[in-house]
Design a protein around this ligand. Structure first.
Ligand code: SF4
Ligand code: SF4
Length: 476
């Protein structure tokens, strides 16, 4: 706030800074149970992210979101544009699953598995590896530029570039065949579109993970904003036990709890120093807290050194802090009826959707009437309609398709190949067929008919499934 001089003897104007530059936070490295759990989660999620595109399933990438070809391959499942509903259902159920999980366990997702947390943590590992822990990093930042500082910063940025670039390439590899894309990058022959996606995602990884960090959670993440609406007083949150900790204050190490009028918090600020978002958990639950539990590890270490019981900062619930029940009873409250019911319904919906996805027809058919000739009399004197059939194979295996038609007496089908139509996995074939009958069975107007498609994988001819599609036959 700065006061401005005023020549008219009016009260002085005050300038209030609405924008304050975010200060760089250099969290101290935390060690302990939750830090190990976070490392484990990062390894598991990143093994999945970096490894999955390299996994093969038969002759193609096991998981491949082929946007250009409008096919999504997920192991044996091939989803196409008309399966959009299924994908939407999956996304909606996943979103509700996350809401449900948040009601039970608060920000566990943010703290351990959210890509923003994960990449920030990876960038912090690099900071720590190259520049050292918190104090060394802060000291280095204040140092004037010299050869040593340039060397250290260049090394760090080189490592960050490698991680960001590989992350971008991997992300693009979920959408283009990665085994062709990676060599193409090094030979300079990668497509501009896929290269652009890789470069953009790599840039975002650097920007969000290294530069913006917690700012993304504070100002950009919608989930952070509305999750407080999902919290109730039984939700698991990371809290400082004010009653036990206050009044806080420094004391000698060998002073027992009984000998001091102070609470258990020795005001060492270790919980603040390890916090990646720079907040003080002792000020109460704050939206900036991403639930990483680094402060729990830090405080437990301090409690151990003081010979005080652990858990001054811990996972607990608001109700426990209000003395409605004890920490030992949390597990029972986590599985409260509301949670069990919603969880059960979500599970049922997910199982239903997945069952539908894996048992749905793997053949899609578009029936188009030949508009050039609605009905004609053929050389045998029969009344004939022509249809263009697009057969799309929504599985990864080549399928053989045989057609039948029904609807009225003496109905005949011509035009289909003798052994049926062969449609490659994920491919489409166009077939032109004629349906004919005696003129007296199809009087003027439109008559409903039904095409039946018998289809089976080429190498498993006994696994025949039927798909029926309605069409209309135009009489003379
Ligand atoms: S780490 Fe624990 S003892 Fe130290 S300031 Fe934080 S709450 Fe208090
Ligand atoms: S307050 Fe604790 S749990 Fe929350 S972000 Fe900071 S260190 Fe992580």
């Amino acid at each position: 706030m700065a006061e401005q001089p005023n020549s008219n003897n009016l009260p002085k104007e005050q300038v209030i800074q609405l924008y304050k530059k975010a200060e760089r936070i250099h969290p101290k490295k935390a060690t302990g149970k939750y830090a190990n759990l976070r490392i484990l989660m990062i390894l598991v999620t990143q093994l999945f992210f970096y490894g999955m595109p390299w996994l093969m399933w038969d002759d193609r990438q096991a998981v491949w979101f082929d946007l250009a070809g409008r096919h999504f391959y997920i192991f044996g499942l091939v989803l196409m544009a008309n399966d959009l509903l299924l994908l939407t259902g999956l996304l909606v159920i996943s979103a509700f699953g996350l809401f449900w999980w948040t009601t039970i366990a608060g920000r566990l997702w943010c703290g351990y598995a959210c890509p923003q947390t994960v990449y920030t943590e990876i960038m912090l590992w690099i900071d720590h590896l190259v520049e050292g822990d918190r104090n060394k990093r802060m000291k280095l930042d204040k140092e004037p530029w010299n050869a040593r500082k340039i060397r250290i910063k260049l090394t760090k940025y080189l490592l960050i570039f490698v991680v960001a670039a590989w992350t971008g390439i991997t992300f693009a590899g979920w959408f283009v065949p990665i085994r062709e894309f990676v060599p193409a990058i090094f030979h300079g022959t990668a497509g501009a579109g896929s290269f652009g996606v890789a470069a953009f995602y790599g840039f975002v990884t650097w920007l969000f993970g290294h530069i913006m960090r917690g700012q993304v959670c504070f100002y950009m993440c919608p989930y952070a904003r509305f999750q407080s609406a999902m919290f109730d007083h039984d939700t698991l949150v990371i809290s400082y036990d004010t009653e036990r900790g206050e009044p806080r204050g420094a004391r000698k190490k060998n002073v027992s709890r009984e000998e001091t009028p102070l609470g258990d918090c020795i005001n060492c600020t270790m919980c603040v120093q390890v916090c990646p978002t720079g907040i003080d958990i002792r000020d109460g639950l704050q939206y900036q807290c991403i639930g990483c539990a680094a402060c729990i590890d830090a405080c437990n270490e301090v409690m151990d050194k003081m010979n005080y019981p652990r858990g001054l900062i811990r996972y607990t619930t608001e109700a426990v802090l209000n003395k409605e029940y004890t920490d030992a009873q949390i597990k029972k409250r986590l599985l409260r009826p509301k949670v069990v019911w919603y969880g059960g319904l979500l599970m049922l919906a997910l199982i239903g959707l997945l069952t539908f996805g894996f048992t749905r027809d793997t053949l899609n058919v578009d029936i188009m009437k030949d508009r050039a000739a609605m009905a004609r009399t053929n050389q045998d004197g029969l009344l004939e309609n022509t249809y263009r059939l697009r057969l799309t194979n929504a599985s990864e295996k080549t399928q053989m398709v045989k057609l039948e038609v029904s609807g009225f007496k003496d109905i005949r089908l011509t035009g289909q190949p003798e052994n049926g139509v062969r449609v490659k996995g994920g491919g489409s074939e166009m077939v032109i067929v004629q349906v004919a009958t005696q003129p007296e069975y199809a009087r003027k107007g439109s008559h409903p008919i039904v095409f039946t498609f018998h289809y089976a994988p080429e190498n498993e001819p006994n696994r025949v499934r039927d798909l029926r599609e309605k069409a209309s036959f135009i009489g003379e």
